[in-house]
Write a protein of this length. Structure first.
Length: 335
């Protein structure tokens, strides 16, 4: 590997283990996700008998993944579950062993080359005690953090149960990546053109951030909490001026949030998956160069196809580029 000063760490990539249909049936024979693999290194994520997403072998084959990392000059990649794997909607008696099996699968994939591959665990948010226990177990077997969805049903990040989980992770030094999922809008309004990914996903991410800021949750959470929001924080950076203006002009915005919303940007991180140099420059200007980390969303087609190119081609100083490419990730994840 390269020296730390010039290394590249991708903190946001996904995997999907080779779950069989029979294995998925233990969670739900009609809707649980599994992997249908063809002989040409391509496959399909299935939910029961229905195709969900076409995929290729980098998603489950660590050798293929590392070969592509080498081609992209990525030294270390942090993998997390594809959100369809979360299993939040099932009884805890089914969801906990499912999460445990998926987390064990992830460690098995990383064992191919633990110097190049690290992983974040998934937890059953429908039961916070179980989620806390699994987060701690996952850390003990080698996970370097946890990925969670940005909401559980109608419970956003400021929900009391979610705050209990966040506090547990802060106290246990378990970094968190928050990923949007189960997007707003529904089939009627987000009917085609991948609108859930293009419109609802950035909105869900901003909603997660603002629910922590405007509720006053950051006033209650330990400052030791390490939390990162995927996809550049969604709409947050671009619309922060609107939020600050609302806080200044309307009492209802200040009701639970004692400080200017923009003053809370030092409480969380974001990844760099914004796909435009102007957007990245704004993001770094809003968040600070110490709060943005390279994230690609690999190996999905809406991710950065040439991992790290956006940062490498930026007009930032060499010191800032090094921070974005790896330095911030090393500090955040303790690696």
């Amino acid at each position: 590997m390269k020296q730390a000063a010039s290394s590249v760490i991708d903190i946001h990539s996904h995997f999907f283990p080779p779950i069989t249909q029979a294995e998925a049936a233990s969670l739900d024979p009609e809707k649980a996700p599994w992997l249908q693999v063809n002989g040409d290194e391509h496959g399909m994520i299935m939910t029961g008998d229905k195709p969900f997403r076409p995929v290729y072998s980098a998603l489950w084959d660590p050798a293929r993944r590392i070969a592509e990392m080498d081609a992209a000059e990525v030294d270390l990649q942090i993998m997390c579950a594809t959100p369809v794997m979360f299993g939040y909607n099932y009884p805890i008696a089914l969801a906990l062993p499912w999460a445990q099996r998926m987390n064990d699968y992830a460690i098995e994939l990383c064992a191919h080359n633990p110097q190049r591959l690290k992983t974040l665990a998934q937890v059953p948010l429908q039961n916070i005690d179980a989620a806390c226990q699994e987060a701690s177990r996952a850390k003990s077997i080698g996970h370097i953090g946890v990925q969670i969805g940005n909401h559980f049903g109608n419970k956003d990040m400021d929900d009391a149960d979610m705050l209990t989980f966040l506090t547990h992770c802060a106290n246990e030094d378990i970094p968190l990546l928050v990923h949007p999922w189960d997007m707003m809008g529904g089939d009627q309004r987000m009917k085609k053109w991948m609108l859930p990914w293009l419109v609802a996903m950035p909105a869900e991410t901003q909603l997660g951030i603002l629910s922590l800021i405007l509720s006053g949750a950051f006033e209650k959470l330990p400052r030791s909490l390490k939390i990162c929001f995927a996809h550049g924080g969604g709409s947050f950076a671009f619309l922060l001026g609107r939020v600050d203006n609302a806080w200044r002009e309307r009492d209802i915005i200040r009701e639970d949030c004692p400080n200017l919303p923009s003053s809370y940007v030092d409480r969380f991180y974001v990844d760099s998956a914004v796909f435009d140099t102007r957007a990245l420059e704004l993001l770094v200007d809003v968040m600070g160069e110490e709060r943005v980390m390279l994230g690609s969303d690999y190996p999905y087609p809406l991710g950065e196809q040439k991992i790290g190119k956006l940062i490498r081609d930026s007009r930032f100083s060499s010191q800032a580029r090094d921070r974005l490419l790896s330095g911030n990730a090393r500090q955040f994840f303790g690696i």
